[in-house]
Structure formats: C-alpha cells, structure tokens
Design a protein around this ligand. Structure first.
Ligand SMILES: *Cc1c(COP(=O)(O)O)cnc(C)c1O
Ligand code: SF4
Length: 328
C-alpha cells in the first residue's frame, strides 16, 4: 500500500487446490473441499490466510472460511432463503421490510465467503451485480419513497465496489431530502483491510449525510494490526462504527471468546451492535448454538464488559418477521 500500513498482499485463495498449496487443508481434504466449491464459493484473502494457524485444527479463523464436506448435507429445518426477502422486494436489489429503512444490494460479491453465510445460496463472485439500468431503478425507488429515512447498503459487500462507483451511489442517495442517514454493512475492514484506502473513505463522505459502517467480525483475532488501522481510517474519517457478529459453535461460543471479541471491537472504536443467532441456511449445522446457551453466554457478558459493549442477541424470524431479541 502506498501509505505503508499494510504488508504486500498475495493472491486470494479461491479453490481447494489453492487452499491445499497454502497448507490450509491437508492433501486428503482437497477432494471434499473441491466438491463443496461446486456449490458454494471459496474465498480466503491473503490477509485472512495469514491469520490462520494451520497447526491448530480448531482455529477459529479457519473454521469460518475453510470449506467442510458437511456443507453439502442439508439438515431438517434449513432453508434456501432463511430471511425470506422475496416478498419484501419492491424492485430488484431493494429489500423494504421496515417503514423507515430499506436495504440496497448493489452486488453479491464478498471479500471472503463465510461457511455459515445465511445468504450462501445467492452470494458469490459471479453474478449478482445490478446492471446500470437496475441500479438506476433501485435508486429511483429510494428517491420516490419518502418514508425511507435510512438507506442500508449490503449485499454481498458494498466495500467491494470501486470507490468511484460507491461514491456515486452514496451521492445520489444522500441527495434525496428524506434520506437522513446511510449505513453500509461490510466485512472488508477485517477481511481485506488494504481496500479501506483514502479513496474509499472519501467516497463515504460523498453522501453529504451521516454514514454509519457496521463491521462483521466474529473473533478477537480478526482485529489484526492492519484491520485496526483500516478501522482507524474510517473512524478518523468521521464514520461511526458498529459491530455485528454471528454466534458460532467453535468460533466464539464461550464467555471468554465473546468478551475478547467485544473488547477487541471497542479498542478499535467499534461499538458492538448485534450478536446474531445463526440463521438455518443449508449445510451450516456445525455452527449452531442452542438459543438457551446463547442467552446464557450473553448474560455472562453483562458485568464483565462496559454496558456500551453489550451486543443485542437477535434472530431473524423465519418467514420474514424481521429481527427479534432471542429469549431463553
Ligand atoms: C436487518 C435489516 C435491516 C436493518 O435493521 P436494523 O435493526 O436497523 O439494523 C433493515 N432492513 C432489513 C430488510 C433487514 O433485514
Ligand atoms: S461477508 Fe456476509 S454476505 Fe458475505 S459470505 Fe460472509 S456472511 Fe455472507
């Protein structure tokens, strides 16, 4: 990076062969990983690959990104569209479930592909980018829907857009008088921190309205030095940062791991927002934590960390009811 904050990056690992060559899976696991890759995309950035300890079979970073043959087994209750966005889509790329806020999904690519992803049936490197005409229609929907006071960019990951394209979208949304705030949900600051450069931070200012960024991270070790520097560029650029996590078996399913995660967030000026219960997407059963256990873990955090570091434990209601606090 020209600013010298990020080490020189190697290629992103996108195939079972590349994972094996990098030593992230043993030779005997390549065929199984390749079978998973025919259905669900693989992407491990060089930055994330360096965070993984290949000698640790329980590595909490590896567990989030390294494919497992179990992904091809759909358990009872797992559905292709656990959040049921379909009925709430007024135009392609928009999801409008709450009166005051709506999602814009300009693309479906992500820097990494999480093995527990609730949108795994739709996200991926190919396809899913709105055409210019579709994007124009989606932005026009925001412009003619005055009840919407917050535009939330998600996907996929909106930080995968070029700074120029992202800036143009934010400028147009921000110019609508009824849009008061904007929000972007992203995994880029922890998955590919070098992308958060001066041009991207400047693009966020193009909205001319307050822009919040919600960062998806699930383990303290994701807050590496380059990730914390990327988050600092955003925070110093005047962007309030929120943290979003998913409660995941084998990643953050202990009070110590959750405490470590939220402490890493607040050290990086990220205010914990949601802890999501796992949505039952196909092939994700190995990550499931029972609700009662999740509630007890969150209760255990209370008193151990500052009150403002407490995330709200929520689940997406099946059938499109929106996010609801999880109770034991
Ligand atoms: C999660 C979600 C939002 C944002 O909800 P907040 O509770 O404000 O974070 C907005 N629209 C849809 C459709 C969502 O699923
Ligand atoms: S970054 Fe988000 S949308 Fe992309 S694969 Fe991970 S969970 Fe899914």
């Amino acid at each position: 990076m020209p600013d010298g904050t990020t080490p020189r990056q190697g290629p992103t690992l996108r195939t079972a062969r590349a994972l094996r060559t990098a030593g992230l899976i043993p030779p005997g696991a390549e065929a199984g990983a390749a079978a998973v890759a025919t259905r669900y995309a693989i992407s491990v950035t060089d930055h994330v690959a360096r965070l993984i300890d290949p000698a640790d079979p329980a590595d909490p970073i590896a567990r989030q990104y390294i494919p497992d043959p179990a992904e091809l087994i759909t358990a009872p209750g797992e559905t292709d569209d656990p959040t049921a966005d379909g009925p709430f889509t007024p135009v392609k790329g928009v999801v409008h479930r709450y009166p005051d806020r709506a999602l814009l999904k300009p693309l479906l690519a992500c820097p990494v592909y999480c093995r527990f992803c609730f949108r795994r049936e739709v996200v991926g490197p190919d396809g899913g980018v709105l055409t210019d005409a579709e994007l124009d229609a989606a932005l026009a929907w925001f412009e003619r829907t005055p009840a919407v006071r917050e535009a939330i960019l998600t996907g996929g990951d909106p930080f995968m857009l070029s700074a120029r394209r992202l800036g143009a979208i934010l400028a147009r949304l921000g110019a609508a008088p009824h849009i008061e705030t904007l929000r972007l949900h992203t995994r880029v600051p922890v998955a590919d921190p070098g992308r958060v450069d001066a041009a991207l931070v400047a693009a966020l200012r193009a909205a001319g309205k307050p822009v919040f960024v919600a960062v998806h991270a699930n383990h303290a070790r994701e807050f590496s030095v380059p990730a914390v520097e990327a988050l600092a560029r955003l925070a110093d650029g005047g962007v309030p940062l929120l943290g979003q996590s998913v409660l995941l078996r084998g990643v953050n399913d202990s009070a110590d791991a959750l405490e470590g995660l939220v402490r890493a967030m607040i050290r990086a000026r990220v205010r914990p927002y949601y802890l999501h219960a796992l949505d039952a997407a196909p092939g994700t059963a190995r990550f499931a934590v029972p609700d009662a256990e999740g509630v007890a873990l969150v209760q255990a955090l209370r008193g151990r960390v500052p009150g403002f570091a407490m995330p709200v434990f929520v689940r997406e209601t099946p059938g499109g009811g929106g996010k609801k606090p999880v109770r034991a």
